[in-house]
Design a protein around this ligand. Structure first.
Ligand code: NAP
Length: 248
């Protein structure tokens, strides 16, 4: 049976693993970076932790006899996606990337488009009360602005302590409802949302909540063409069709 490596860490990767588990024609291994302490369970096998660069990735593909790779990582996870391309070229392993379509602002949205998290932090107005949803690894630019008050939402508690004058950390694993997100904006008197343009449905509720409260959004865009060229698709059904064509 073909052995499929799913590069995960996203809602889509879990749905894909579930989809393929329901088909007895494939064996799946979902690979996670290992950033989350108690990751949600996935259908099929799971492994955690980096491969050790391109060389380690190549070794893994050969040692485990992977027949195809589906890159279903987050659109902002650039390094692993680029490594996957190089490792798959070296091992001649078929690869497809499942890419979420970016969100597009509608006429009721108030977005400021920026190209990095650093630019997002620099562009916020003085004394803004922000809801920062760009991830635990990129908090420094917000915390270095002493005038901001930041609501930080992460999956696992942070190791560092944020002074109350600089904000508060809440934990939670999405997806969240629009009602839940509106309650958060109100409870913490948020007047700016900071978000990556991740696309997809799982984290869109905060964008809808901001829209309904007329709260502006500092939207971090995708880096663009730094990704190596790769076979891409936008839906789980397209991944499935690609696998079926490859192996049946
Ligand atoms: P990254 O910068 O692209 O990757 C850094 C390194 O982490 C990679 O070189 C690789 O280490 C390891 N790695 C990343 N994803 C991996 C995976 N699925 N399986 C095995 N190793 C992996 O990644 P990132 O932006 O830190 O994201 C890490 C994970 O979190 C991704 O799987 C992604 O789907 C998920 N995620 C990211 C974001 C985001 O905003 N970046 C948001 C939500 C979820 P080696 O070089 O040692 O192989």
């Amino acid at each position: 049976m073909p052995k499929i490596l799913i590069l995960g860490g996203t809602t889509e990767s879990a749905v894909l693993a579930k989809y393929l588990a329901a088909d007895d024609g494939f064996v799946t291994i979902t690979s996670l970076a290992g950033r989350t302490r108690n990751p949600a369970t996935v259908n099929g096998a799971m492994r955690q932790g980096g491969f050790g660069g391109i060389g380690g990735f190549v070794d893994y593909l050969l040692a485990v006899n992977i027949d195809a790779v589906v890159d279903a990582t987050h659109p902002f996870a650039e390094q692993i996606s680029n490594n996957a391309v190089d490792a798959c070229i070296q091992t001649k392993t078929p690869l497809i990337r499942l890419t979420r379509v970016p969100w597009v602002a509608n006429s009721d949205d108030h977005w400021t488009d920026v190209s990095s998290v650093i630019e997002a932090a620099e562009s916020l107005p003085l004394n803004a009360r922000t809801f920062v949803t760009t991830g635990r690894q990129e908090l420094a630019p917000f915390l270095s602005r002493r005038d901001l008050w930041n609501l930080v939402r992460v999956i696992d508690p942070l190791d560092e302590i944020i002074e109350p004058s600089q904000g508060v950390v809440i934990t939670g694993r999405g997806p969240f409802s629009v009602k839940h997100e509106i309650a958060i904006f109100r409870k913490y008197k948020i007047n700016w949302l900071v978000s990556k343009n991740s696309g997809g449905a799982a984290s869109y509720a905060k964008i809808e909540a901001a829209r309904s409260l007329a709260i502006p959004v500092m939207m971090v865009g995708r880096a663009g063409p730094t990704h190596r060229p790769v076979n891409e698709c936008e839906t789980i059904e397209q991944v499935f069709a690609w696998l079926e064509k490859l192996f049946n």
